[in-house]
Design a protein around this ligand. Structure first.
Ligand code: ZN
Length: 506
């Protein structure tokens, strides 16, 4: 049985919940799909025992000698089944008669792409949506605004893209070295770009046809230098009475800040129909708030004694604004520290502790800890890899991540799922981005979809990942070269026996 499993599993990531081989090669590939009430009673009974999110995506495939039958409750389930068949076909192996029953472990199976630090554009995003569909990932999170560039057209504030979508410096490092200059589109050496609202609607629709939701992120109040540079009248005021228009944080003391953010979110909600809107909330410096006359006035009016409370004020006010419009805010784990509405979703990035605390407090949680899910980190030794960041985050390391570690059974229901984050300060091109994503995204896909009851053997997974990586190359993706992977990375090493961190240079 093990060899049969190995054979079929070699061709499918994420591994399906149940698989049984029932005969030799299937000769005729006509496919019949039975959804909803047309599905068999047996399938419907099985699906009824699953959580609601898994019912929607559950499917079965019966590969007979002459035909293939798919069963699912919804079109979404039938689509997931078709992706399994497509992956079997793409492998180039003969398709054997078999029965598959399958459904997801987690509701949220995501990928974040940072479009602010390097702008990769619509064609690139759609190509990654195709890959996500094949891997049964279902959430694309777009980081659209940050200090290095504003990437979304806002019709009521065209100055945001006119003044902060183009910069002098092809890479983030060049831009930094040049002193962070922005420019207009027609300037010589201008680097950048932005999505028009039509572009984004096209992306949302393309993703929806593949049952993938898009979560836009509008960063606030930190990581917002581009907004202060564009709208200097909104920036904090320093002790000499001057505007701090190079400041990192937005000014939570200025009502104009909230008018701008509400204008932006109105248009964002119009473009993105999904429930979740990401409002950032990470790494606010809060230094300028101590001196700013507007911030001080806000603190006095609200009875605050600490500037951290201003972060909580801004985040709560914007989360409430989204809630009034029927949406739900998502924020990085810092927002947990300053008080957020109970419905806000917490995205754990500073390790998993924020996620654990949030789940214990009853918040829904997305796990994307920098310890395991940051794909701008090195995937092999420094000496053989392009410039990256962080500790060694090899395929093996990502695959062995357990998103429920240290979480009680009771709190586990709060974990919506997990997500890979591709930050792009050191990832300047679409080709480089694909290199960082594949094969590590395969590991996230399997952890997010496949049950833990399947034997999670990194050696066996590596063999499947290698085979799928070949398929991805054939499809035109630029991938990491697993043939050149060091033993250090293959074995998933990261720390010495005494717990000391080994940097990938060794
Ligand atoms: Zn201020």
């Amino acid at each position: 049985m093990k060899s049969f499993l190995l054979f079929i599993f070699l061709q499918i990531i994420p591994a399906p919940v149940e698989f049984a081989e029932t005969g030799k090669d299937c000769q005729v590939h006509s496919v019949r799909v039975a959804t909803g009430r047309r599905a068999s009673r047996g399938f419907r009974t099985m699906a009824a025992s699953l959580p609601a999110f898994a019912q929607k995506e559950a499917y079965s495939i019966d590969v007979g000698k002459k035909r293939i039958r798919i069963e699912a409750l919804t079109e979404e389930g039938a689509f997931r089944a078709q992706q399994t068949l497509r992956m079997m076909e793409l492998s180039g192996q003969p398709i054997h008669c078999c029965k598959i029953t399958d459904y997801p472990r987690f509701e949220h199976r995501g990928l974040m792409i940072d479009e602010s630090r390097s702008f990769k554009g619509k064609e690139f995003i759609m190509k990654q949506i195709d890959a996500m569909a094949l891997l049964k990932l279902n959430v694309l999170h777009l980081h659209l605004t940050d200090a290095a560039g504003w990437r979304i057209e806002i019709k009521s504030h065209p100055e945001l893209t006119q003044k902060a979508a183009w910069r002098i410096g092809r890479t983030y490092a060049e831009w930094e070295k040049n002193g962070y200059p922005f420019c207009t589109e027609d300037a010589p050496q201008a680097y950048g770009g932005y999505y028009t609202q039509d572009d984004l609607r096209e992306i949302v629709e393309y993703a929806a046809r593949r049952f993938i939701k898009v979560i836009p992120e509008i960063e606030m109040p930190g990581h917002s230098m581009e907004v202060n540079r564009t709208c200097p009248e909104l920036a904090c005021i320093d002790s000499t009475g001057r505007r701090r228009n190079w400041a990192w944080d937005l000014c939570p003391g200025n009502e104009g800040t909230f008018r701008l953010l509400e204008d932006v979110l109105d248009e964002v909600m119009d473009i993105f129909p999904g429930k979740y809107i990401h409002i950032g909330g990470d790494e606010a410096v809060m230094k300028d708030w101590r001196e700013c006359v507007n911030c001080k006035a806000r603190m006095e009016a609200e009875g605050y004694s600490d500037v951290h409370q201003l972060q909580g004020y801004l985040v709560r006010r914007m989360a409430n604004y989204l809630q009034e419009h029927g949406r739900t805010a998502v924020g990085w784990d810092e927002i947990l520290e300053t008080g957020v509405p109970q419905d806000a979703v917490i995205q754990s990035w500073r390790g998993s502790s924020g996620g654990r605390k949030a789940a214990a407090a009853g918040h829904k949680v997305i796990m994307s800890p920098n310890t395991h899910c940051y794909f701008d980190y090195y995937q092999d030794l420094i000496r053989k890899e392009p410039l990256a960041t962080g500790e060694l985050t090899s395929l093996h390391w990502v695959y062995t991540y357990n998103p429920l570690e240290g979480i009680s059974e009771e709190d586990a229901s709060c974990i919506l799922g997990l997500q890979a984050n591709l930050w792009c300060e050191k990832v300047p091109t679409p080709e480089h981005a694909e290199y960082m994503l594949y094969p590590r995204l395969f590991a996230i896909a399997e952890t997010a979809w496949s049950p833990t009851s399947l034997q999670r053997d990194p050696v066996e997974f590596r063999a499947r990942a290698r085979a799928l990586l070949e398929v991805f190359r054939t499809l035109g993706y630029n991938t990491f070269d697993m043939d050149s992977e060091s033993d250090f990375a293959i074995e998933g090493k990261r720390r010495t026996r005494t717990g000391e961190i080994i940097y990938p240079a060794f």
